[in-house]
Ligand binder design. Sequence first.
Ligand code: ZN
Length: 154
Amino acid sequence: MKIEKDAVVSMHYTLKNDAGDVIDSSEGKEPLPFLQGHGNIIPGLESALEGSKAGDKLDVTVEPEEGYGLRLQKAIQEIPRTALQDVEDLALGMQLQSQDKDGNAFIVTVAKIEDETITVDANHPLAGETLHFAVTIESIRKAEAVEIDHGHVH
Ligand code: ZN
């Protein structure tokens, strides 16, 4: 079968940024399973894989708009250092869990540390990046009804 909505796909992948650095890879691990058409993977990759078959190898370039989004300036905030005084070993690049006013958890990255203030960045670490995937389709099967219902692979 071909990759279409409600197909369960397993793929091996290597993800590089524009500079050619490997950001993520399934090499040496199990292939990554996902349910096509349910937003399990970023939109640009999902649409590029549509119609592929098992054994296909694809190189896919995904622009930020179809990947993890653009970097938003408003997602970068300065907060008083005292607000993080309970965090041990505060360091650049550290990821902290925060909460919005509705109580939803989200992750921020420590982007700058100054005497009085800390700059935290709630952009996804890959926001603004053009992504280069090398993908091999390992297998494709029809999803079970419960998988389609839940929107993910069991
Ligand atoms: Zn489930």
